[in-house]
Design a protein. Structure first.
Length: 506
């Protein structure tokens, strides 16, 4: 059996209109990034309106990632088979339509369902965009720049989302933050129909439905088990679910090794650079996700910032990521892949360690500087690892390879929210509440703020002080754990990416 990881032939063809087509692709990235960030900003309002329990609130935050992680490989492989442009445009239209369902959800259960359906649509977008970049840009230097722009747009979306979302939350109801997806989706579909070229694997083989089901079942069951174990410990049901997920993923891997045209060619992981880049992405997002999910709540409910101000406060991270993403390719060719990736991850780890000193009175300069360094580190790391992953495979398998990259990202986000989010939640629930405090105040900080409005002034202030102090303690624990994960990942990347280089133009 010969490996598919053969040297990629450098092609000098430069497709006309490729940069305009890239502009359409980054709209899809913007769509996903904005949606992810506005959810965190809207969480206090969703909590106040829908009254979710602490567990339901975590499900609202991470079910999108659970579903998308389970379907990314399948959707990336589907794009390789039926056409990446077709999958992208259909997915974008569905994403916009389901955003309306998110906006008008009236119960926690309905919100969780809407987020899950959005994950199905979102799974079609990211692998298709990266795969189309691989097929649009044959020159390695141009492709590095295109990937940098792709990543920078995702980072810009993390800035646009909170700012636009903060403005909407101050003037409209929380559902309006999901409706901003509609104009972006409309432009993407209308312009993309005319400008994007279709591309697919010329010899794809059938799309194996059994593999799709095994991948989805395995991911959902395994991540659910991790979330439940982190929150409630290892009970019989949690253990059984985890074993079921592991068995399904084992069956998925075994099936891919025997199929003549697998959904995912497992031989990709024999390439040390590919495996190292995927692992770095997964652990990086895992370490950062607790901070990302809870930072908006800290800024609003602990420091008392308005939503728009909280959105602006998170801007340095996006600015740093945009700048770093645009120069990452040049920096990597001047130094090395492992130096840029490991250095970026170490910078994030140090910044997360600094954030363990945050409290309600912390001045913004410290927080803003830490977020800026987090953004720079993430911009360098994610841009270079994406380039390494795409450069490792033939362009006909770009969809499946891109899906592996995005699966690592989404799985890291889901696991991070599950594990680090559960650390915050568990630490938060331990605070000593004044007499007469409703039990619901222990579900989340948003619930405590709402409950305080029903208490007399002295007890209200005591509840808020205790709840905020407990929440910040949980945030410290999550930031410390994230710092440890990032610094360990930095060291691992230094060894795993040894000798790895980006392609150079011929």
């Amino acid at each position: 059996m010969t490996s598919t990881l053969r040297p990629v032939r450098l092609e000098t063809e430069r497709r006309p209109g490729r940069w305009l087509a890239l502009g359409v692709l980054v709209l899809a990235v913007l769509l996903v990034a904005v949606d992810a960030t506005v959810l965190g900003l809207a969480t206090p309002y969703i909590s106040e309106d829908l009254h979710p329990s602490g567990t339901q609130l975590l499900w609202i935050g991470d079910v999108y990632s659970f579903v998308i992680a389970g379907l990314l490989v399948s959707m990336g492989s589907l794009g390789d088979r039926v056409g990446r442009k077709r999958v992208l445009l259909c997915g974008a239209a569905a994403f916009g339509a389901i955003s309306v369902l998110n906006a008008y959800a009236s119960t926690p259960g309905m919100m969780i369902l809407a987020r899950a359906l959005l994950g199905v649509a979102g799974a079609t977008l990211m692998p298709a965009t990266l795969a189309l970049i691989r097929n649009l840009f044959h020159d390695p230097r141009e492709r590095s720049l295109a990937i940098g722009i792709w990543g920078a747009t995702a980072s810009a979306g993390t800035a646009v989302g909170p700012i636009a979302g903060g403005f909407l939350l101050e003037h409209f109801w929380w559902g309006s933050v999901f409706l901003i997806n509609l104009p972006v989706m409309a432009v993407l579909v209308l312009v993309g129909t005319r400008t994007l070229p279709e591309s697919r694997d010329p010899n794809p083989g059938p799309w194996d439905l059994v593999s799709v089901l095994l991948s989805l079942a395995g991911m959902l069951a395994l991540v659910y088990a991790v979330k439940e174990a982190a929150t409630h410990g290892f009970g019989p049901l949690t253990l059984a679910t985890g074993l079921l997920g592991a068995a399904a993923l084992y069956g998925f891997v075994r099936r891919q090794l025997t199929l003549p045209a697998p959904l995912l060619d497992m031989r990709l992981f024999r390439h040390r650079g590919f495996s190292g880049a995927v692992l770095a992405d997964l652990l990086t997002v895992l370490g950062m996700s607790g901070l990302v999910f809870f930072l908006s709540q800290f800024l609003q409910l602990v420091q008392g910032r308005h939503p728009f101000e909280a959105g602006l406060a998170e801007l340095p991270a996006a600015v740093g990521a945009v700048v770093a993403g645009l120069v990452a390719g040049r920096a990597t060719r001047r130094f090395s892949v492992r130096a840029v990736v490991s250095g970026g991850l170490a910078a994030i780890g140090v910044s997360l360690a600094v954030l363990t000193t945050l409290d309600g009175t912390t001045g913004y300069p410290l927080l803003g500087a830490a977020l800026l360094i987090v953004g720079i580190g993430a911009g360098f790391s994610f841009t270079v690892t994406s380039d390494v992953i795409l450069s490792s495979v033939d362009k006909n398998r770009a969809g499946a390879a891109s899906a592996v990259s995005e699966t690592a990202y989404e799985l890291g986000a889901a696991l991070g929210i599950a594990v680090l989010g559960s650390i915050v939640t568990a630490a938060y629930r331990d605070f000593t509440a004044p007499p007469g405090t409703p039990e619901t105040a222990r579900e989340s900080l948003g619930a405590a703020v709402e409950a305080s409005a029903t208490l007399p002034a002295p007890r209200s202030e005591a509840l808020l002080e205790a709840a905020r102090e407990s929440f910040v303690h949980g945030l410290h624990l999550a930031s410390g754990a994230g710092a440890a994960v990032l610094l360990t990942t930095s060291a691992a990347a230094w060894f795993l990416l040894k000798g790895q280089r980006l392609e150079r133009s011929s």
